[in-house]
Write a new protein. Structure first.
Length: 514
């Protein structure tokens, strides 16, 4: 399933971009409708924006189309769709739900002039009735079957399949994602410049074993829709999986710059959530290259944030994750122990998994710094946050926080001299983490549990077992700096000179050391 041949056609398509501002490039989308001539160009642009998850701009454009044609019910379908954020973790903000329900109700009230448009409206209305993703998916499957020549229906259905697959985080067959990719691959030669096809292929293959299959799509997407901050960022999902750190850095600098410029124009005085999401990936990549000095300004900028452009999980997660990564990846335990949840004005209660990042970092900092009692308080906070996520029916993030709690308990046990308990806790954390895939909100774990297990085994003078742990991390996270450093040391200590030499050579190349 390689896509290079189809993407060779990309350059021939670049003259046919949908434009808004001079030079805007969002890719090529065809979404015919029964709406009037004034509304149709806005509708087409809004769908292109929707495929790149540029939700705020897309919603404005759909609403403008509805104003241009009061009988254009499909425009209200689009406005509702911009508030259904597939592949993003819940919960939805109250504002998003309110806008989505309002738009879906207006779409139903205005109605449609064609059965096809009515089917789209019915599908999104079904979702917002009970925020039921499975009902929406079934409705889109029916729509795609009823209208087999509607390529947009096939593309939107493939996204619903990807969303279903991501919700089953422990399914290592990736059956839904592969089914989606099959649909998208079938349309690729016909639509090589379509933003949704490239975007959803990346999400379909955003897994260690599958990432190489999306490398062509990753390279193409930023060229297809370079006006979109998210399109500039998305290739880094695949670059991160493959340890392509410079490509990750370049992609996220471009994304952050575009997001910052858009927010400065549209919501001056606030911070872009897209920029923050790019910063998390950017900081992660810098740290893997040992470029710590490049991360410090990001941490300082985040510390000064007072308001986001929109309430969004990716923004809150990055606010917590970037400073936590900066402290923990560099083993600055005192810095980690001193982190606080801020700004206090943010609605952290709706994003317990973001707050958990700070609690985990503090627990790690205190335990590794020799203060197990203080670490224990944060381990208890992790347990409370996990319980909150269970009550919110967010099983995936509840389990992710449980990984952090078990790891914290492991290092608390180590600080107290209970080495067998420490190993037990960290093995349990690693096994639980291995049973799940990472969320697309994060470039990787704040600290991989199996890497921490390797660190502990190395401290306990068990280098051969430590090497196994580090090598397992590197299989899924190639060129990860701390795992690579640990593997080189563990191989040397266990007498595996060949492996040690290979890993030290890889480490030197990563850090640019001659």
């Amino acid at each position: 399933m390689r896509f290079a041949l189809a993407f060779l056609l990309l350059s021939a398509q670049m003259d046919h971009q949908h434009a808004h501002d001079a030079g805007e490039r969002l890719g090529t989308v065809a979404f015919p409708s029964s709406c009037n001539a004034a509304a149709q160009p806005m509708l087409t642009r809004a769908v292109a924006l929707l495929h790149s998850f540029w939700y705020e701009e897309s919603e404005k454009t759909f609403r403008a189309a509805a104003a241009a044609d009061p009988r254009c019910g499909i425009a209200w379908w689009g406005a509702a769709m911009t508030n259904y954020h597939q592949v993003w973790p819940t919960p939805y903000s109250p504002a998003e739900l309110a806008r989505g329900k309002e738009a879906a109700a207006k779409a139903k009230a205005v109605g449609a002039k064609t059965p096809r448009e009515q089917a789209y409206i019915d599908a999104i209305a079904l979702f917002f009735k009970d925020t039921d993703a499975r009902a929406y998916e079934a409705s889109m499957e029916s729509l795609a079957r009823r209208f087999p020549d509607d390529d947009e229906a096939q593309i939107f259905y493939s996204l619903a399949l990807v969303n279903h697959g991501m919700a089953q985080a422990t399914d290592k067959t990736y059956a839904y994602q592969k089914r989606a990719a099959e649909i998208l691959n079938g349309l690729l030669a016909k639509h090589p410049d379509h933003p949704g096809i490239a975007h959803y292929l990346i999400h379909s293959f955003d897994y260690p074993a599958l990432a190489p299959l999306a490398l062509d799509a990753a390279h193409a997407y930023a060229k297809i829709a370079p006006s979109s901050p998210h399109a500039l960022h998305m290739p880094s999902h695949i670059f991160v999986r493959l340890g392509m750190w410079q490509e990750t850095i370049d992609a996220n600098i471009a994304s952050a710059d575009a997001a910052r410029a858009y927010t400065a124009r549209e919501r001056p005085g606030s911070t872009s959530r897209d920029m923050l999401h790019a910063y998390d990936y950017l900081a992660y990549a810098y740290l893997q290259r040992g470029q710590d000095d490049r991360v410090r300004p990001l941490v300082e900028e985040i510390a000064a944030i007072r308001a986001l452009d929109v309430e969004n999980f990716a923004g809150y997660y990055a606010v917590a994750a970037v400073p936590a990564r900066f402290a923990l990846e560099r083993r600055r335990w005192a810095d980690a122990a001193a982190l606080t949840v801020k700004p206090e004005s943010f609605p952290w209660e709706r994003y317990a998994y973001a707050e958990a990042v700070t609690a985990f970092a503090r627990a790690m900092g205190a335990a590794r710094g020799g203060d197990p009692a203080r670490a224990g308080a944060d381990a208890k906070r992790l347990q409370a946050l996990r319980q909150k996520l269970i009550e919110q029916k967010n099983a995936y993030w509840a389990d992710q926080v449980e990984v952090q709690r078990r790891a914290a308990e492991g290092w608390i046990a180590r600080a107290e001299g209970r080495n067998d308990d420490a190993l037990s806790h960290l093995r349990a954390a690693a096994d639980l983490e291995d049973s799940m895939d990472k969320s697309p909100v994060t470039p990787g774990s704040i600290l991989p549990a199996r890497e921490m297990l390797g660190d502990l085994l190395l401290e306990l003078d068990q280098p051969a077992k430590a090497l196994e742990a580090y090598e397992a991390v590197l299989k899924d996270s190639p060129h990860r700096l701390n795992a690579l450093t640990g593997a080189a040391r563990a191989a040397q200590m266990s007498g595996d000179r060949q492996k040690a030499s290979a890993r030290y050579a890889e480490l030197s190349a990563l850090l640019g050391v001659q």
